[in-house]
Design a protein around this ligand. Structure first.
Ligand code: AKG
Ligand code: FE2
Length: 278
């Protein structure tokens, strides 16, 4: 199938179909190894600072609102400042082209972070990232919101294989069309499927799908992933892309970003553009 047709099909599946696609072999084994080593190095530093052995998820309490559980306690944020390989991954054409079809070509990167599920972790509470993970009750939304157009897409780069046992992401196929928050956890756990694939695959979905990482069995090893949040330019990015430039060496890293990456991080600047036009 030609490239353009493939992109169109993937976008259509995300919008009108199951809400996700898995594309194998988007990244080579060498790229994945390079990313994995850097994630481990950064994770070790964070764990040492936090005085922990693993990136635990906090006490599981399904009466608490999900914001407590949606994010693991330790996530490696701001990856675009933490290695050239992450810069390359964040702007991967095969991924961004699909998201441009879904979100329009003002698309920006909202976050690019590594999230690890450790053996024995419980399932995340089901949630939507619409457009952010912390919009965790319907009361936070404007009245009568529906998800008739999408304001969030997520790429999950599988650094380890995603299996049924190691905390792969679960989601309810087609739920992106419902436009509701997954309060009904019984329905979620009855209807969700687990998205599996080999390391190097990119799993593209919309955050409007009911989803969350699934529980991981003991002895299954870490499930590392890079989560990329992509948004139409008018939605505020979740991460602050200037922050990394303020650390030693950060300004140089920023100045050396490719034009495509600069466009994803800083390209959409609507109010200022209009003021300058005065
Ligand atoms: O790690 C995963 O599989 C999903 C994570 C997620 O949905 C989130 O943190 O918003
Ligand atoms: Fe999420």
């Amino acid at each position: 199938m030609d490239y353009e047709k493939q992109i169109e099909n993937d976008a259509d599946e995300i919008i009108n179909g199951k809400g996700y696609v898995v594309i194998p072999n988007v990244f080579t084994k060498e790229e994945i190894k390079e990313a994995k080593d850097l994630i481990d190095k950064n994770m070790d530093m964070l764990l040492e600072e936090a005085g922990k052995k693993s990136a635990i998820q906090g006490e599981y309490d399904d009466k608490k609102d999900s914001a407590n559980l949606v994010q693991g306690k330790i996530i490696v944020w701001n990856l675009v400042y933490k290695g050239k390989i992450f810069e390359k991954m964040a702007q991967k054409k095969r991924v961004v082209d699909v998201f441009k079809k879904v979100l329009g070509n003002s698309v920006v990167l909202g976050s690019f972070a590594a999230r690890t599920v450790n053996p024995g972790d419980k399932s995340q509470l089901p949630h939507v990232d619409y457009p952010y993970f912390d919009m965790h009750t319907m009361e936070r939304y404007p009245k009568n919101i529906n998800f008739s157009f999408l304001m969030n897409c997520q790429s999950t780069i599988m650094i380890d294989d995603f299996t049924k046992d190691n905390g792969s992401t679960a989601l309810v196929p087609g739920s992106q069309k419902w436009g509701t928050y997954p309060k009904d956890t019984d329905k979620y756990f009855k209807e969700c499927i687990q998205v599996t694939g080999e390391s190097g695959s990119a799993f593209l979905m919309t955050g409007a799908c009911w989803h969350g990482s699934y529980e991981s069995k003991e002895n299954c090893g870490d499930r590392r992933a890079i989560l990329g949040q992509y948004l139409p330019g008018f939605v505020k990015p979740m991460e602050d892309w200037e922050k990394g430039s303020k650390f030693p060496g950060g300004e140089d890293i920023k100045n050396n970003f490719s034009d495509d990456l600069k466009a994803l991080l800083f390209g959409y600047d609507y109010p200022r553009i209009m003021q300058e036009a005065d």
